[in-house]
Design a binder for this molecule. Structure first.
Ligand code: AMP
Ligand code: MG
Length: 511
């Protein structure tokens, strides 16, 4: 198994210190590290489609040699390193953060582009601060399953190549109640074009290290935005504009499937727009725009569903501040930022029209969409199931009776029920008026309204079983996530509202 290495990140300057001593790393972009080599690690899951991206053949994928790589028992002669970055966390500048429990092994020429291969959970790095650099099974299961699920949902995301047990048991205070216990440790191998974050630029700007800020920006443009050839300062504006577009595209995807990231700090924003760092994320169950899955954020709800557009914009503003010294054109940055809100609203409207199978222009569409969301909120309708039901029913079936399984309330007031009946009648009429074949409309709608999503209670059940060494549900979910838009009968048992017994789907930030 020989990867075709293309380690261009290593052309940037390395930290001269090669120890794992926690420290501020200055005048460098990364630090070489010695990852732990495990001997008792065990592969639980691996993603063939992710491996294919890297140019790994089927035979290689199933080989013992590749398994040894994925379980961190050998490193294929790569030169592992941990990257420097900073970030704004929950609205406040947090200074240097960096790869505290992630180690990059190298960049590989893949099928269509160069990919970066990174392991999580291989021990401390200079950026580990108070952490130990290891990862536990529960958070690793969540990262593996959801990043793969997002890829199949069509959302820009980092990928997961594998999930393994490390064979060790790090101590964690899982419930933040001063009661740390040993938990099964795990290793996730993840893959993305790059792992450069907004915070990678912010750290140099905060330190007024303009030389390295420029080097990183030029590097990023050369490798990830090659159509921009930096000739003068205005090219940095074009770069920022493209980052804003990519972030917007991902944001519209999240909103359209009810995904809440949970920790949208600037160190968790990839410069090329992929969803990154899967922590306390979640999908909306009952439609509630103020919902956040992150218990650590329960008080201010900064990262709640409806606030994600504001937060992505806020994060872009922080990136603009960081890039400003390279071109000093505040007006140009402002123009891009000012456009963002309107662009989001326009794109969201288009997306919602696709979700509802509306392909022509009608003056009433916006108010029809707004009424639907109001009704969904008032009647606690499940976000995913409501849209999927509307996709699966033919026009004449679009009645209140046919959607009654999507609600989280047992009895509905007559007023609300009548509002639903009116809305469904209007919707039927709107569909009839546009003159699109109903079967075609249903099939197209299904492409925008997933049937199978990984809800937190499902992940929790898979985690609880896996912690008892029963990996059956983990494996089952890892298969089901590959067909989120299909009428896959194997998923049938999961296509229901979240059970009453399932709790509130929220989690803390713990790693
Ligand atoms: P995250 O919440 O995963 O975005 O991580 C925020 C920061 O904390 C990053 O700098 C991580 O590298 C660091 N971090 C999180 N968990 C650990 C850990 N177990 N050991 C060391 N650093 C960690
Ligand atoms: Mg992070």
């Amino acid at each position: 198994m020989d990867f075709k290495l293309d380690n261009h990140f290593l052309e940037l300057r390395a930290d001269v210190d090669r120890t794992n001593r926690p420290r501020q790393v200055l005048d460098a972009f990364y630090s070489y590290v010695e990852p732990r080599v495990f001997t008792d690690s065990k592969l639980l899951l691996s993603s063939e489609s992710c491996a294919m991206l890297l140019g790994v053949s089927k035979d290689q994928f199933h080989s013992k040699y590749f398994e040894n790589f994925l379980t961190a028992q050998l490193n294929l002669g790569m030169e592992p390193y941990a990257c420097l970055y900073g970030g704004h966390q929950f609205g406040h500048w947090a200074g240097q953060l960096g790869d505290g429990r992630a180690i990059t092994f190298g960049q590989v020429k893949g099928l269509d582009q160069t990919y970066t291969i990174q392991f999580k959970g291989l021990g401390p790095t200079p950026y580990s601060r108070a952490g130990d650099g290891y990862a536990v099974l529960r958070s690793s299961i969540r990262e593996y399953l959801m990043s793969e699920a997002m890829a199949y949902l069509g959302v820009p995301t980092t990928r997961a190549l594998s999930l393994a047990l490390s064979g060790e048991f790090p101590m964690r205070d899982r419930y933040y109640n001063g009661n740390p216990k040993k938990e099964p440790g795990a290793i996730v191998c993840r893959v993305a074009p790059n792992f450069i974050r907004f915070g990678s630029f912010e750290i140099f700007a905060a330190r007024e290290d303009l030389i390295n800020l420029k080097i990183l920006t030029d590097y990023t443009i050369e490798h990830y935005f090659p159509e921009i050839k930096v000739q003068d300062k205005s090219d940095y504006i074009r770069f920022f504009e493209q980052v804003a577009q990519k972030s917007l595209e991902t944001l519209v995807h999240w909103q359209s499937i009810g995904f809440v990231h949970g920790v949208l700090n600037t160190d968790n924003m990839c410069i090329t727009g992929e969803t990154i760092d899967y922590g306390p994320y979640g999908f909306l169950d009952a439609y509630d725009p103020s919902w956040t899955p992150n218990t650590t954020d329960a008080q201010h709800r900064r990262y709640r569903y409806e606030n994600q557009p504001n937060i992505v914009l806020w994060n872009l503003l922080k990136l603009a501040n960081a890039l400003y010294p390279l071109c000093e054109d505040a007006k140009a940055f402002e123009t891009i930022l000012n456009r963002f809100k309107l662009q989001f609203e326009q794109q969201m409207l288009q997306k919602n029209k696709l979700k509802l199978g509306l392909y022509t222009e009608a003056a009433t569409d916006e108010s029809m969409i707004e009424s639907l969301f109001n009704l969904m909120f008032e009647s606690k309708a499940d976000f995913t199931l409501t849209f999927r039901k509307l996709s699966e029913l033919n026009r004449s079936q679009l009645t209140f009776e046919s959607i009654k399984d999507v609600f989280y309330i047992d009895s509905m007031t007559d007023k609300l029920k009548n509002q639903w009946i009116d809305w469904l009648m209007n919707f039927q009429k709107r569909l009839a008026d546009q003159g699109v074949d109903d079967l075609v409309r249903q099939e197209k709608m299904k492409q925008h309204n997933p049937r199978f999503i990984l809800r937190n209670y499902m992940l929790e059940e898979a985690i609880q079983k896996a912690e008892l060494e029963d990996y059956s549900l983990l494996t089952e979910l890892s298969e089901l996530l590959k067909t989120p838009y299909h009428d896959n009968p194997k998923a049938d048992q999961w296509i229901v509202v979240k059970p009453n017994t399932a709790g509130d789907s929220s989690l803390s930030c713990s790693s």
